[in-house]
Write a protein that binds this ligand. Structure first.
Ligand code: SD4
Length: 332
């Protein structure tokens, strides 16, 4: 190669290199601007907490106290759902919950954190805060779920006290029900109140909790979706979280909350994902119109949404902007 040609080639290579590095620098700078604005948008959306039904407002308030202090989402959801658990006027969660057909209050709950850790209790009696027992199953045992007598013994070993959870109000409702003893588990049309709560903390981590006394006047030993990871609650810290309320059998049959999170993973918004899960139930289960099911979801970026079968499901949202109660869209 003659020296003139060599000089030309070197010059072109040098010009291209300068051009390329300027371009790379420009692209990087633009990328940083985009990342910065995504970050600031996200920090506006977090922390945030959402939960099912009207009693979610009071529950979110307790959760918000944790989130506002830069606490962890897992601590926020536990603190939040303990409010309706202790409230005798909430007739389908914890203390004051409607009993089964034998007159026994039996409770189901589960909790899940940002690291895929989870804990659950089912058919637990005499303990006011099943969510905190579920938390200790997660934190202090190698297991995910304890049920019945075993769950009670574990709770007592952790310092929980046995209490009578059947309030005079709930006893009266059960005695009235006994007159006809008609087992019609149509929940959420008149009788709703399971609390499912999802939170995104200021660190960007997601967690969820779900707690209930289940279907009123259910068969003894009946367990619904609420303590079952994937059915009544699911959290994937890379994607989002979902919880459910309503006729638990429908969520169990479709592994509803896991389905919602997987739909979000495929790119759906929380509302689209909840709608897709309700549509799956409608498509697979012929009798779905007799029941209520409501899904609530929160994405990793703080976007939330819901969908249900019957009109009437609502949910509470609390963020820096304050608290609000929103009506869910429905398939019927
Ligand atoms: C259950 N999913 O035990 C619960 C009940 C419920 O609002 O959500 N009620 O099936």
């Amino acid at each position: 190669m003659n020296s003139k040609r060599q000089f030309l080639r070197q010059s072109i290579t040098a010009v291209l290199a300068v051009g390329a590095s300027t371009l790379t620098a420009k692209v990087l700078a633009q990328k940083q601007v985009v990342n910065k604005s995504i970050k600031s948008l996200n920090s506006q959306l977090k922390p945030i907490v959402v939960s099912t039904w009207q009693h979610g407002i009071a529950a979110n308030k307790a959760a918000w106290q944790v989130l506002a202090e830069h606490g962890k989402a897992i601590d926020a959801v536990e603190a939040g759902v303990r409010i309706p658990e202790a409230d005798p006027n909430v007739m389908t969660v914890g203390y004051g919950g409607y009993p089964d057909r034998e007159g026994n209050v039996t409770l189901d709950a589960c909790i899940m954190d940002e690291n895929q850790n989870c804990g659950a209790v089912a058919f637990l009696q005499h303990i006011k805060h099943p969510i905190s027992v579920a938390r200790l199953v997660m934190d202090n045992t190698p297991h995910v779920m304890l049920v019945g007598e075993g769950a009670l013994q574990f709770a007592k070993s952790q310092g929980f006290i046995e209490e009578n959870l059947l309030t005079p109000q709930a006893k009266k409702a059960w005695q009235d029900w006994l007159v006809e003893s008609k087992y019609a588990p149509v929940i959420n049309i008149e009788n709703h109140d399971t609390i499912g709560m999802l939170a995104l903390d200021s660190n960007g981590d997601l967690s969820g909790a779900c707690t209930t006394s289940g279907a009123a006047f259910k068969m003894s030993g009946r367990v619904g979706d609420s303590p079952i990871i994937g059915a009544g609650l699911y959290v994937d810290n890379e994607v989002g979280a979902a919880t459910a309320t309503g006729m638990g059998e429908l969520m169990i049959k479709t592994v509803g909350c896991h389905l919602v999170v997987e739909m979000m993973r495929q790119g759906m918004t929380p509302t689209q994902a909840c709608k897709a899960a309700v549509e799956r139930i409608a498509h697979k289960l012929g009798d779905y119109k007799q029941f209520q099911v409501g899904f609530l979801a929160l994405s990793k970026s703080g976007e939330y949404g819901s969908y249900c079968i019957q009109p009437g499901f609502n949910y509470a949202v609390t963020s820096k902007a304050g608290s609000k109660l929103l009506d869910s869209a429905s398939i019927l």
